[in-house]
Design a protein around this ligand. Sequence first.
Ligand SMILES: NC(=O)C1=CN([C@@H]2O[C@H](COP(=O)(O)OP(=O)(O)OC[C@H]3O[C@@H](n4cnc5c(N)ncnc54)[C@H](OP(=O)(O)O)[C@@H]3O)[C@@H](O)[C@H]2O)C=CC1
Ligand SMILES: N[C@@H](C[C@H]1CC(C(=O)O)=NO1)C(=O)O
Length: 319
Amino acid sequence: MTITAAIVGYGNLGRSAEKLIKATEDFELFGIFSRRDNLDTQTPVYPVADAAQYADQVDVLLLCLGSATDIPEQATGFAEHFTTVDTYDNHSKVPEHYQKMNAAAESSGHLSIISTGWDPGLFSMNRVLGQALFPQPVQNTFWGKGLSQGHSDAVRRVEGVKRGVQYTVPREDAIAEARAGGGEDIVATEAHARVCYIVADETDHDRIREEIVNMPAYFAPYQTTVNFISEEEFERDHLGMPHGGHVITTGDLGGSQQSVEFTLELESNPDFTAAAMVAFARAAARLAEAGETGARSVLEIPLYLLSTQDHDTLLAREV
Ligand SMILES: NC(=O)C1=CN([C@@H]2O[C@H](COP(=O)(O)OP(=O)(O)OC[C@H]3O[C@@H](n4cnc5c(N)ncnc54)[C@H](OP(=O)(O)O)[C@@H]3O)[C@@H](O)[C@H]2O)C=CC1
Ligand SMILES: N[C@@H](C[C@H]1CC(C(=O)O)=NO1)C(=O)O
């Protein structure tokens, strides 16, 4: 089955999704839906406002939109016409997003897999797996040091921000403590610092800093630093998007101490996230083909549906 995919939003994630779809044998790229018509790409570009007109030519639509405001405002509109995959990552509002996408997908007979990527996404799957292994699991998630695209999107939506990125910096002593089984008292908001680099007019600095450090869910719970830099410094030092992290679960199994760790080291956050989107887009296309409708989280997707191989092949080779 060749899966015809399309992309909404040609930002960091959208450009990576284009690259990954083109590199994946069982996919073909229909095109990119964008607000802009001057994109630097050979892929066909269509006005995002016209997307629904092409729904019968697309098996799955990758929503490469920002989570701070775009997904909450736009995702259900796409789910009414397409099978969709998104990377929505405002953790505190994922249940609400699931419900809204389920209503939109169910009512129109489509399927949407929400909050794919790595966190949420692969880290979510590994948190659940790690917790299932221990009577009393001790579990911690650490991110970075690296560039959070969600937090960077959030700072860029603050009025007056011309360029912006956010780096997440974990406390290495906390990671070591978690690995040694001492993670019970580690609190994520105390184990990470958030460091922003912003290009903005000097007259806006104080307001922008206040709005960022007090931003609910994204920054307010954390120690957050906002640095204002020149456009030249931004171009020189802040175009890369490395990231990574760890899900560490430890515990006692009847007298034996065990430790389970899932780790990512990412040269490109958007490239890896796009790769996860493509795998879940494969599952979404298969589920839709089978007549499934409504929203699904990554926890509801059988692993074999992510693979290019069928279950029998995987049974013989990987089990
Ligand atoms: N779950 C996970 O593990 C991960 C999730 N993410 C999520 O991916 C999201 C996207 O990140 P990234 O690609 O870096 O973000 P970008 O800002 O680079 O891209 C967002 C794109 O959304 C489109 N868009 C649609 N409406 C608007 C609007 N009103 N304002 C601005 N842009 C709009 C634009 O495309 P156009 O101009 O072409 O219309 C824009 O390029 C992040 O917000 C994050 O939440 C990222 C990494 C990991
Ligand atoms: N959703 C994140 C992916 C990881 C990174 C992260 C963080 O640095 O706080 N949390 O989750 C992203 O947008 O990059």
